[in-house]
Design a protein around this ligand. Structure first.
Ligand SMILES: [Mg+2]
Length: 313
């Protein structure tokens, strides 16, 4: 009996020790596997290289502007008066990937402070095909409007510094028709709905069509952007990736070249670096935060993994 008790005690101790060791290992792994802000930024390494180094990005950009040119020429052949093209700026006609790349190795992600410094530096290059297309429209009885969610000015600035440097940057890389009327930024032509100010791009497009921008009523025949929100009100109003995809299905005949002469052509530029698609990946309510950028790196990482469609062999 005594001997049996000893054996039980021995195995009992063995089990407890191994449980303690494995708990310790587990706890250590938990600490090691904690994702930092730097590691979240590093997850963009491959897409940044694709954006900056691949011929595919450049080919897609030419493809987008070639299609837009055909759509613009078609509109002119149809005799549409005052044809206008509305383009977004960032990752549509200007390449800001050096700013995104500057976040690699940093703990902090995108912030309006560092972004505005980049905007003020006016160092962005144009995307392939953008300058030729935009200048072609402006030289052929069309008007290009640059509708962007860049801000007009930094917080305590006396002048519209961000607008001024955006215009400078666009001119510097060779775009024509760039001025404070054609460049329409966030906060311009807003609309108050139920006491709340809506800054949706829809009101800026409406101002272009209604003649509020330059006293001329324009017919928007082509819309270009890297974000679906740049292209239509229904796409901007849809708040989740699945509802946006449903809207894309509805608008499928307008992408590239509109199949319906009375509806504008929608042209999408590739952007795997950021966008509202990313914000829509995260279930913020799960983590009791209101905005996706308030999520911790760990939470972002786990949400990015949760969304993957994985082959279960
Ligand atoms: Mg953009």
């Amino acid at each position: 009996m005594k001997r049996k008790n000893l054996i039980y005690t021995f195995f009992g101790l063995l089990l407890t020790t191994s449980a303690l060791i494995s708990f310790k290992t587990f706890a250590k792994e938990q600490i090691i596997s904690k994702i930092t802000g730097k590691e979240i930024n590093d997850q963009s390494l491959l897409s940044l290289n694709w954006y900056q180094q691949s011929g595919e990005l450049k080919a897609l950009s030419y493809q987008a502007f070639n299609l837009a040119k055909i759509a613009f020429d078609n509109a002119k052949l149809q005799g549409i008066e005052n044809p206008a093209v509305v383009v977004d700026i960032d990752e549509t006609i200007l390449d800001n990937s050096p700013y995104q790349a500057s976040l690699i190795g940093q703990e902090n992600g995108f912030s309006s402070e560092t972004w505005n410094q980049w905007v003020l530096a006016a160092k962005a290059q144009s995307l392939p095909g953008a300058v030729d297309f935009i200048n072609y429209v402006n030289n052929n009885q069309g008007t290009v409007f640059f509708v962007s969610n860049r801000e007009v000015k930094t917080k305590n600035a006396q002048e519209n510094d961000l607008e001024k440097m955006t215009i400078d940057n666009l001119k510097k890389v060779g775009f024509t028709g760039v001025n404070d009327k054609t460049v329409i930024l966030q906060g311009e032509f807003t609309k108050e709905i139920n006491g709340k100010v809506s800054q949706a791009k829809e009101w800026r497009r409406k101002a272009i069509s209604d003649g509020l921008v330059d006293g001329k009523k324009h017919n928007i025949v082509v819309l270009m952007g890297d974000n679906l929100n740049d292209l239509s009100d229904s796409l901007e109003t849809a708040q989740t990736n699945s509802t946006k995809i449903k809207e894309v299905e509805k608008l499928q005949n307008q992408f590239g070249i509109s199949q319906n002469k009375s509806l504008p052509t929608l042209v999408v530029l590739p952007n795997p670096l950021y966008g509202s698609w990313e914000a829509n990946l995260y279930q913020t309510e799960k983590f009791n935060v209101k905005k996706w950028y308030e999520l911790t790196p760990d939470q972002k990482d786990s949400e990015r993994r949760r969304n993957l469609i994985i082959w279960a062999k």
